[in-house]
Design a protein around this ligand. Structure first.
Ligand code: FES
Length: 107
């Protein structure tokens, strides 16, 4: 589910996230994973896996999927949807925009 209310917040420079990589971003007591897809688009989801509190920025990005580093549950980082057990609860996803070389997240 994409969260659409809130304010745009500058998260990181675009070069901080490589292709098919995830970056941890902490803000206002919450933690997010910012992901860059193979075609250069940016996405943001809750940072912690919904199975246990493991950060997904340490996981592997493959195509449109991010794999949790602990039990290898997977999520579609474009929507936050859980795809592979033991991850079965969807994550929140957030609107992302890029302006002047900076990734902004609407939180
Ligand atoms: S902690 Fe992520 S799948 Fe278990």
């Amino acid at each position: 589910m994409v969260t659409t209310t809130g304010e745009w917040v500058a998260a990181c420079p675009v070069e901080a996230v490589g292709a098919e990589e995830a970056l941890r971003w902490d803000h206002a007591g919450a933690s997010f994973a910012i992901v860059r897809s193979p075609d250069g688009a940016y996405f943001a989801i809750d940072g912690h896996c919904s199975h246990e509190k493991i950060h997904l920025a340490d996981g592997i990005v493959d195509g449109n999927i991010i794999e949790c580093p602990k039990h290898f549950g997977t999520f579609d980082y474009r929507t936050g949807a859980a795809r592979t057990l033991p991850a079965c609860i969807d994550l929140r996803s957030y609107e992302v925009k890029v302006e002047n070389g900076t990734v902004f997240i609407k939180i």
